[in-house]
Design a protein around this ligand. Structure first.
Ligand code: ADP
Ligand code: MG
Ligand code: MG
Length: 251
């Protein structure tokens, strides 16, 4: 589904390479965790996959379902099933969460050449997904992220993912400010949305998140490279030994 091959990325206005030869394959049904110390390039990787401006790919390739992902504008990536959840969710005063989700879903359907969902069909869908993820009706009516707690923001994000039904989910979890409640929400959401035809990349600084999400693969990122890959036991090893053990050769 996703094939990242020898990816090199630098900032557009600086010569410093941030991603330095990163390769990763994600097949449908797999959950990959990418862990690494602060500044190792985790967020940069998610930005590049989402098509954010300001980054330049100098070498390597990223294919998604056989197509060149890097050639696609961000909306096309989303319409084709790539979902990115970000560290800092935006607040949209005056737009109810429910309305936001409807516009997001229908614009993606339109981009795929599918018919827009009618309001009753959409309501059925969103209520079904909200119930499965314990999102209250009250939250659906509130403006997007405005006054939401950390846990509620995460719940809204996971709900968005459940409504859009992406093929590839990339979650970049913040290095700070995620309390246990929010971590649990993310983990429950990811676990609920695991499916044989969906791949997931969970980027995190926190070993603790992986107590709740059991990934199929764990990768350690250091200075823009994957320096070690393993199964879920690698996360436990990291917890025990810290990153230094794995990152010292990566200079
Ligand atoms: P992580 O998410 O692992 O903490 P980042 O991808 O945020 O790492 O950052 C990797 C490195 O790239 C850091 O040294 C960071 O300062 C730098 N970097 C990333 N994006 C920018 C940017 N837009 N401007 C300046 N430096 C950046
Ligand atoms: Mg960081
Ligand atoms: Mg980051």
């Amino acid at each position: 589904m996703l094939n990242i091959d020898n990816l090199h990325v630098k900032l557009e206005d600086e010569d410093r390479e941030i991603i330095r030869g990163l390769s990763l394959k994600v097949n449908p049904g797999e959950v990959h965790a990418i862990m690494g110390p602060n500044g190792s390039g985790k967020s940069t990787l998610s930005y590049v996959l989402s098509g954010r401006e300001g980054y330049e790919v100098t070498e390597g390739s990223v294919t998604y379902k056989g197509e060149d992902l890097l050639e696609m504008p961000p909306e096309e990536r989303a319409a084709k099933g790539v979902f990115l959840a970000f560290q800092y969710p935006i607040e949209i005063p005056g737009v109810a969460t429910m309305q936001f989700l409807k516009v997001a879903l229908n614009s993606q359907r339109k981009a795929r050449g599918e018919k827009e969902l009618s309001t009753p069909d959409f309501m059925r869908l969103v209520k079904d997904r909200a119930a499965k993820l314990n999102v209250s009706q009250d939250m659906l009516k509130r403006p997007v992220n405005v006054g939401f707690s950390g846990g509620e923001k995460k719940r809204a994000e996971i709900l968005q993912m459940a409504v859009l039904e992406p093929s590839l989910c990339i979650l970049d979890e913040t290095d700070s400010g995620l309390d246990i409640d929010a971590l649990r929400v993310v983990a429950e959401g990811v676990n609920a949305l695991r499916s044989p035809d969906r791949g997931m990349i969970v980027i995190t600084h926190y070993q603790r998140l992986l107590d709740y999400i059991v990934p199929d693969f764990v990768h350690v990122l250091s200075k823009g490279r994957i320096v070690k890959s393993g199964d879920k036991s690698l996360a436990l090893e990291l917890e025990e030994k810290g990153y230094a053990e794995f990152t010292q050769d990566a200079a």
